[in-house]
Design a protein around this ligand. Structure first.
Ligand code: ATP
Ligand code: MG
Length: 351
């Protein structure tokens, strides 16, 4: 029998009040901003002899004002998921909808609107900036393109954006090659904010930054989310960041979302053994680092029969060798792809 999961002490910084927007579905809930319906993405490898399944059976929605963290090991498909969501890669199967429409069939006007409403902060922030443009030009471009300010107001808006991300105004004349890694990331965040978007999709945007700069950017993003109802998809390896910033989390493993639900619930009582293993690998102030996952990681271009996590799962049974578990609803807000999910504490402790 599986042990009950224990309540987990998250780092101090994760203690927070919930953002005002609630994820609880209501009878009158508006159409999601994004809907991913059984999305698959395969890449040809070995000169086209094999297919690598980067995404497999992805079902996900993002409501207006909602913040979603995508977590999972390197290579689990996080960046591919956001790239497919934003129409930068086409899905091999399944559908991606923005509101009621598929980005692939947008009119020119819809494309322009999408480009303003949905801002993407690339994992490779430096590579995403035009090296021949100064910081001021990088920030002014979207303001001008979407006619968000009169020409005379643009310099002041550039300074305002720099201040928002904690950069001094004298960087406005510098080029990306003259900036540090941390400064480049902050310029990338400022450029995303310049569009005054409805949704920010950020891929590892604070990883590797100084703790103080990271805190400043996270606080900025959280305030924007809380005060302006910005929706957010935040790709991160850091469960503390996920808990701090995002109401909901989706845990990915080898191209599949293995668990999703409200972040605090998922992290305090994971349903999927992989989520629990991620939690165990997560540094805690009150415990030594535990051993990381044992067992072999299957190749995404040669997935085994049955559950893709079984080779590393201490609970794997005979049935897990045969059956590939689909994403199933566990409760109104939680889903899991496991034949025998871990029992959350709440379910065994009488109220
Ligand atoms: N253009 C491509 N051609 C072939 N394989 C690809 C391509 N892009 C991604 N992949 C593969 O798809 C899988 C998922 O990659 P992806 O970049 O989405 O992972 P990730 O979760 O973002 O990883 P990381 O945390 O390291 O950024 C990996 O096995 C990767 O090698
Ligand atoms: Mg990535």
């Amino acid at each position: 029998m599986k042990p009950d999961t224990q309540p987990l002490a998250l780092p101090v910084s994760t203690a927070r009040t919930a953002p005002t927007g609630s994820n609880a579905p209501t009878a009158h809930q508006a159409l999601p901003l994004f809907s991913l319906l059984d999305v698959e993405k395969s890449f040809p490898v070995d000169g086209g002899r094999r297919q690598l399944r980067a995404l497999d059976g992805i079902r996900l929605t993002l409501q207006a004002g909602e913040s979603l963290a995508l977590v999972g090991e390197s290579g689990s498909g996080k960046s591919t998921l956001v790239r497919v969501m934003l129409g930068l890669e086409s899905a091999t199967n399944g559908r991606v909808l923005y509101g009621a429409n598929e980005p692939a069939s947008f009119s020119a006007a819809q494309h322009r609107r999408f480009a303003r409403e949905v801002a993407y902060i690339y994992q490779d922030a430096r590579g995403s900036l035009n090296p021949r443009m100064s910081v001021a030009e990088v920030l002014a471009e979207p303001v001008r393109l979407h006619a968000l300010r009169d020409e005379g107001e643009i310099p002041a808006r550039v300074d305002e954006l720099l201040a928002m991300v904690g950069l001094p105004t004298d960087v406005r004349h510098k080029f990306p090659s003259e900036l540090s890694g941390g400064q480049v990331r902050r310029v990338a965040v400022a450029r995303a904010l310049a569009c005054e978007p409805k949704v920010i999709v950020a891929d590892e945007s604070v990883a590797g930054l100084d703790v103080s700069v990271q805190a400043q950017l996270l606080n900025l993003l959280r305030d924007l989310q809380r005060d302006h109802g910005l929706a957010m998809v935040f790709v991160t390896h850091d469960l503390g960041v996920a808990a701090y910033l995002c109401e909901r989390v989706a845990v990915m493993y080898l191209g599949r979302i293995v668990e999703t639900g409200p972040t605090r619930e998922v992290l305090q009582a994971p349903l999927h053994p992989y989520t629990q293993a991620l939690m165990n690998a997560f540094p805690r102030f009150d415990a030594p680092l535990s051993v990381s996952l044992q067992g072999e990681i299957p190749s995404a271009s040669n997935l085994p029969k049955g559950c893709r996590f079984r080779s590393r799962c201490v609970f794997a049974s005979e049935e897990c060798q045969q059956t590939d578990p689909a994403q199933m609803s566990y409760s109104a807000l939680r889903q899991v792809a496991c034949l025998t999910p871990l029992t959350p504490l709440a379910a065994v402790v009488p109220a």
